[in-house]
Unconditional design. Structure first.
Lengths: 109, 116
């Protein structure tokens, strides 16, 4: 079983639509990171959130860390084909980092 | 600045054969990680080195997997003998500091292993 549950597992949308993906756990994390992984490449860090309730924006991407530091969400506004990829969340606690299984996003032109 | 280099990119072997993967981290990065990413799953940490010492190898199947990081720079991951369930992408990552949370993990492109 995954320590971090990501949903949905797959998401296919049209260019211009908005979307939200989720990362949930029953565990508390000291920090949480979101990565994007494109086919044939390694994951690339998008953001790190540390404080409960924290919201970070990266252009059209908005990341939120839950108040209890157990969950996080990633919202993308006006999705573009270049946003296509596998979005992974990773929770860190006591020097132990665990990845979720990811949400595979496809944005069609 | 050069990124994390891995080789080979692809490897196909038969079960019970052996295979080795090589990783060259970003220059100056003290910490090096090997992850296994099975299709449809997130990366799973196999082993973490700080310089040439092992920090965490609790999830490394030590009966068949081994890893070393001689001189605290390059690293090799070996599987002997390979099983069908070892088919996966093996990702190497590096980071600046001594702990996992020092900001960012930099990943290589990965080595895709297929065991027939």
């Amino acid at each position: 079983t995954q320590l971090l549950e990501q949903s949905p597992q797959f998401l296919s949308i049209q260019e211009g639509e908005n979307l939200t993906v989720y990362c949930n756990s029953s565990s508390v994390f000291s920090s949480l990171q979101w990565y994007r992984q494109e086919p044939g490449e390694g994951p690339v860090l998008l953001v790190t959130v540390v404080t409960g309730g924290e919201v970070k924006k990266l252009k059209r991407l908005t990341f939120q860390f839950g108040d209890a530091r157990k969950d996080s969400s990633l919202h993308i506004t006006a999705a573009q084909p270049g946003d296509t990829g596998l979005y992974l969340c990773a929770g860190l606690n006591n020097n132990d980092m665990r990845f979720g299984a990811g949400t595979r996003l496809t944005v069609k032109p | 600045e050069a990124g994390v280099a891995q080789s080979p990119r692809y490897k196909i072997i038969e079960k019970r054969q052996s295979v080795a993967f090589w990783c060259n981290p970003i220059s100056g990065h003290a910490t090096l990680y090997w992850y296994q990413q099975i299709l449809g799953q997130g990366p799973k940490l196999l082993i973490q080195f700080q310089n040439n010492g092992v920090v965490d190898d609790s999830q490394l199947p030590k009966d068949r997997f081994s890893a070393e990081r001689l001189k605290g720079v390059d690293s090799t991951l070996k599987i002997q003998p390979a099983k069908l369930e070892d088919s996966a992408v093996y990702l190497c990552a590096s980071s600046l500091g001594g702990g996992l949370f020092t900001g960012e993990l930099f990943f290589g492109e990965g080595s895709r292993l297929t065991v027939l």
